[in-house]
Design a protein around this ligand. Sequence first.
Ligand code: TMP
Length: 253
Amino acid sequence: MARRKMVYEGKAKILYEGTEPGTFVQYFKDDATANNAEKKDVIDGKGVLNNRMSEFFMTGLEHLGIPTHFLKRLNMREQLIRQCDIIPLEVIVRNVAAGSMAKRLGIEEGTKLPRPIVEFSYKNDDLGDPLVPEEYIIAFGWAAQQELDDIIALALRVNDYLSGVMYGVGIKLVDFKIEIGRVVEGDFQRLVIADEISPDSCRLWDIQSGKKLDKDVFRHDLGDLADAYTEVAQRLGILQVNVTQPTKPTLIN
Ligand code: TMP
C-alpha cells in the first residue's frame, strides 16, 4: 500500500494529498495548544469531536449557499476538502467583548457590543498573529479590496448562521475565527470558508449559566475540555445521549 503524502502539519490538523486531484484529506489531531503553543496537551477525542462539528457547521453553511472547502467526511478523524489557497488572515467576528479585545480595550468580558465587529489578524506564528487594519491587507496585497468586502460579508453571514444555531441550543456565540481560501473554478476564482469551525475557534457560553464550552476551558484551566466539547456536540444533536444498545436481536413485527 502506498504511503500518502503529507502536505502540511499545523497545531491541530494535518493535511494529506487527497484521493482526487484538487483535494486534500484534513486529519483532526487530539493536540490542544494555547498562547501560540506555549501551553500544550493532548485531549483524548478532541479531534473526533471537532471533525464531526466542523462537518456539521460547514454542511449547514453550504445549505445556505455559503461556499466552504468541505466535500465529505471520510472517517472519525478525517474529511475530504477542496484544495484552496489560504488567505493569510484570521477573520474574527465578535458579538460580545472577550479575550484579546476585552484585554486590549479594558472592556469587561461579557459586554455586548453595539454590533458585530469583524477584525483581522495576520496569520504568522512568529509574530503572534498580530491584529492588522484593512489598510495593511490591501497595501501588502494579502487580499484585494473587492475580496476584503466579500470576506466581511461572508464572515457576517457565518455569524448570523452560527449565532442562530447556537442560540437554538442555549449557547451564546461570543466570537469566532474563520479562515478563507481561494478556489479556482475555470476562469473564475471564488472565496470559500476553509480550515475548521469548532469550539477550538469559537467562544461559546451557556446562555443560562455563562459556563464556557470552548477552548477557554483549556486556556484558563477551567475543567475538562473534552467534556465541554461533548456537551456542545450533544446539544447540537451530533452525539446521542445515553444510547442503549439492544443486547440481543429483537423481532420487528
Ligand atoms: P481572541 O480574543 O484571542 O483574539 O480570539 C477571538 C476568537 O478567535 C476566539 O473565538 C478564538 C479565535 N481564535 C482562534 O481560533 N485562533 C487564533 O489564532 C486567534 C487569535 C483567535
